[in-house]
Design a binder for this molecule. Structure first.
Ligand SMILES: *Cc1c(COP(=O)(O)O)cnc(C)c1O
Length: 370
């Protein structure tokens, strides 16, 4: 209903679908997360083009609200963040690849270093001439980061530590979306021990779920991603404001008799005389191909309608028979996820998570900012 009350530009007839990004909701979510991080602060994780919402628009809105630290996944994203936030602190989570030193210097990017080879490469190429790095310690996820024992050895290596002068020591939680999982206590304790090896260096452990569900993981700098964009980080956690709404344009409306197949494979057959709306978004835009078979719904003006049949590459059909006359019209828009049908609901039905659906919204989908 709120979506209908927002002032939104009319649907561009040249596009089959659009992602409407509510920047005030994004900023409100960041403020709420930053308040939870106090007396520490909250950064913004903006990898994967700000979870599909667009770095170029999301980052300036967050920076204007007071967010001064951003995390990207790769240097190319870090450069996009730098263009959007000239004064920000920008970390690149994916480590440091030899040969990238000039990029890090030119765009004032901070690497998140996770092994001794990366540390040596960083010191050889950039070192004191660049921004101070973060150190990533693996407290149990076995993804990125120095093993705990190697981190302790590094901490005792004064020659390297003096040159490295890290600005942050961080680790990442594997199971924070399930607060009762024993991994959380193990990682929390391991990280506390790691921090004692690096006195005076600020610490960062919590992601969205850690920040919202496990206060002992917050430390100096929380790193929320999905919660900023209104996605669920746990079935039980309070939901933040919806930021991204995927809308499709109604390309064709048709009336079909009972017993008529709709779409590839004839997997959906009408059981009654039906009204079918064909929408200009398909699996090439990141919408799950099996949505119809999984019982996913869409919405027209806040009213739910079922997906009808297999999603095509560029099109998807919805059954609008039960809508009042005139509610679905050619050129009108249908919500595929947003305030009525949460992205996490669509994701759960399709066996995935909201993160995946948000970050897969394709380049063909227009981004519209309100
Ligand atoms: C993606 C990521 C985050 C953000 O996680 P959310 O679950 O989206 O809050 C934080 N830290 C690291 C290292 C990440 O890779």
């Amino acid at each position: 209903m709120l979506a209908a009350m927002r002032s939104e530009p009319p649907f561009d007839p040249a596009a089959g679908g659009r992602l409407v990004v509510d920047r005030s909701a994004l900023v409100a979510n960041w403020r709420r997360l930053a308040a939870r991080a106090a007396p520490g602060t909250a950064a913004a994780v903006v990898k994967a083009d700000a979870y599909g919402t667009g770095i170029a628009a999301a980052v300036p809105a967050l920076a204007a609200a007071g967010c001064d630290t951003f995390f990207a996944a790769v240097p190319a994203e870090g450069i996009a963040v730098r263009a959007a936030a000239p004064a920000a602190t920008i970390y690149v989570l994916g480590g440091f690849a030899a040969g990238c030193g000039a990029l890090y210097r030119a765009h004032r990017l901070r690497p998140v270093l996770g092994c001794r080879t990366e540390i040596a490469d960083w010191l050889a190429e950039v070192g004191e001439a660049g921004e101070p790095p973060a150190l990533h310690v693996d407290t149990g996820m076995s993804r990125l980061g120095l093993p705990v024992e190697e981190a302790a050895a590094l901490a005792g290596d004064r020659a390297v530590m003096d040159r490295l002068a890290p600005a942050l020591v961080m680790s990442h939680l594997a199971c924070a979306d399930r607060p009762e999982h024993p991994m959380n206590a193990a990682q929390t304790d391991a990280f506390a021990a790691v921090r004692r090896s690096f006195p005076g260096v600020p610490g960062s452990l919590a992601n969205s779920a850690g920040l919202m569900l496990l206060p002992e993981t917050v430390h100096d700098l929380a790193r929320p991603g999905i919660a900023l964009y209104g996605g669920a980080f746990s079935g039980r956690a309070p939901t933040l404001a919806t930021v991204a709404t995927l809308e499709a344009r109604i390309v064709q409306l048709r009336t079909v008799a009972a017993g008529v197949p709709v779409g590839y494979g004839a997997t959906f057959v009408t059981r009654r005389p039906s009204r079918i709306a064909v929408l200009g978004v398909g699996y090439a835009d990141g919408y799950p191909r099996r949505a119809g078979a999984m019982g996913v719904e869409a919405a027209v003006d806040g009213r739910r309608v079922p997906i009808a049949g297999t999603v095509s590459m560029d099109l998807v059909a919805v059954d609008v028979t039960d809508l009042p006359d005139g509610a679905a019209r050619r050129g009108g828009r249908v919500e595929l996820f947003g305030p009525t049908v949460a992205v996490d609901e669509v994701a759960a039905r399709c066996g995935t998570i909201g993160y995946e659906l948000l970050t897969q919204v394709g380049a063909r989908i227009q981004r519209v900012y309100v």
